[in-house]
Design a protein around this ligand. Structure first.
Ligand code: 5AD
Ligand code: SF4
Length: 458
């Protein structure tokens, strides 16, 4: 939090944000904290200490949504206890559940003061004023014409790694997905605005930036010359920024992986050799039903081109099992694709029908037990690949950004180029620096390494 901002507001208050779902929500949560800092809100580490709580919600699968309503029940108790003591608690629900179910939240949880969507949080100060001073219930789930990015304060970074949202929304309309409805139409931020935010982050000590977007590789923001810049061009430009050691981007769509971006993986050393590229299924029939607009072989060919450009590239993906009408043969095709590609890691989910999406209306829904069996099998194969990938790292030398102290004194934790957590015995002075390490052992979810040398920074 910037002390500069606090000086404009003498009353210090505590803000607690609980974030569900994707990295875009993590980014939004930090930006909501930035927006509220000038009102005197400082971070609370525990919900019990907060004057205001924001639940930044995720609507992508049913379970994420259920968690929000049970958390709201606990917050109601906290608010009532405060009111008995003559105090108060401001409760806000933000994010994609708020966008999709705003009225439902107000009906089911009338003690919620503010309901706001992902595109309106730049207006939080006004909403807080209305809710706290006038005691009004606020619902703001517009898709405003003016993009929120034009109204956000400078970002405050915590630690050497930061997210930077460059693109939002989605026009692809995969038939299972709520994102086009909750996040709205595709929007790419202007290049100048992205660069200004990146510069600011680097000034505050950030060494690694992950460019975020629902379809980040579909980025086509207007450049200073008026032409639309691709993500590849943006990455090349960012790579020239002194102090910025590492660049990542997520999440991508296979259809938007253009030659320029593939070439950036070959040419830009700062671009980490790790790519999260969701494929969802290995069955052409299911891919067509999902409206993914590519086949399994298109994906295989794309990975071949990426690996030709950057032989060290490690891959991650998302899979859905139990999409309506999915047969055992379709699952076999998915397992075949997984074996053909070889993933360093991957996320897999049981299909969850989302209200209002086309796939939810398909008659042939798959029983929960069948989905579970398919998920177990897929996760077994993916798990084997992840273990094999980690084992293959033993003996390799990696540049690791040491971004956290470990649990034991004298230990630091960092991220490898492939996003693995790496544990190392190292002096605290090396926190927030990039160090060359040798991997000595591999665990299923992390690596242990030793320092090779002690450069002050990479
Ligand atoms: N059911 C299950 N998984 C889903 N995802 C998106 N929508 C659904 C759904 N309705 C998964 C996809 C996506 C990831 C973010 O979440 O795999 O890539
Ligand atoms: Fe959802 Fe498909 Fe858009 Fe990804 S590309 S956000 S899965 S609709």
């Amino acid at each position: 939090m910037l002390p500069l901002c606090l000086s404009t507001q003498p009353v210090s208050k505590k803000l607690f944000i609980r974030t569900y779902g994707c990295q875009m929500n993590v980014y939004d949560s930090t930006r909501m904290a930035d927006v509220l800092a000038p009102l005197g809100y400082d971070t609370a580490l525990r919900v019990e200490d907060a004057d205001m709580v924001i639940l930044n919600t995720c609507h992508i699968r049913e379970r994420a949504e259920e968690k929000v309503f049970s958390e709201l029940g606990r917050l109601r108790d906290l608010k009532e206890a405060r009111q008995h003591e003559g105090g108060g608690l401001l409760i806000a629900v933000a994010g994609c559940v708020a966008q999709a179910e705003g009225a439902e939240i107000q009906a089911r949880a009338p003690y919620v003061d503010i309901v706001l969507g992902p595109q309106t949080y730049h207006r939080l100060p006004e909403m807080v004023a209305r809710a706290s001073r006038a005691g009004q219930k606020v619902l703001d789930t517009d898709f405003p014409v003016e993009p929120k990015f034009d109204h956000l304060p400078a970002p405050s970074a915590q630690g050497p790694s930061a997210f930077l949202s460059v693109q939002e929304g989605c026009d692809k309309f995969c038939t299972f997905c709520v994102v086009p409805y909750t996040r709205g139409a595709e929007y790419s931020r202007p290049v100048a605005s992205v660069l200004a935010e990146a510069e600011r982050l680097v000034e505050t000590g950030v060494r690694e930036i992950t460019l975020l977007g629902q379809n980040v590789n579909g980025y086509h923001g207007p450049g200073p010359d008026g032409s639309a810049w691709s993500l590849g061009r943006l990455i090349r430009h960012l790579a020239r920024m002194p102090g910025l050691d590492r660049i990542r981007y997520t999440t991508s769509h296979p259809r938007d992986m253009d030659d320029d971006l593939i070439a950036a993986h070959r040419d830009v050393p700062q671009l980490m050799p790790f790519l999260h590229l969701p494929v969802q299924s290995g069955s052409d029939r299911i891919l067509a039903e999902m409206n993914r607009q590519h086949t399994a072989d298109d994906y295989r060919r794309l990975i071949d081109r990426l690996r030709a450009a950057q032989p060290d590239l490690a891959l991650s993906s998302d899979f859905i099992v139990g999409f309506p009408g999915e047969t055992d043969a379709d699952v076999e095709a998915t397992l075949r694709l997984v074996r053909d590609i070889g993933f360093a890691q991957a996320y897999s989910f049981k299909y969850s029908p989302r209200p209002g999406t086309p796939a939810a209306a398909i008659g042939d829904q798959i029983p929960e037990t069948v989905k579970e069996d398919r998920l177990t099998e897929l996760q077994r194969v993916i798990g084997e690949q992840a273990v094999a990938f980690n084992r293959g790292c033993v003996g390799r030398h990696f540049d690791v950004l040491l971004d956290r102290p470990g649990r034991h004194p004298g230990q630091l934790i960092g991220r490898s180029p492939y996003m693995q957590s790496v544990f190392v015995t190292a002096p605290e002075a090396l926190l927030n620096t990039v160090q060359r390490l040798e991997v000595v052992t591999a665990n299923p979810n992390s690596l242990a390494a030793k320092l090779l040398d002690q450069r002050a920074c990479a």
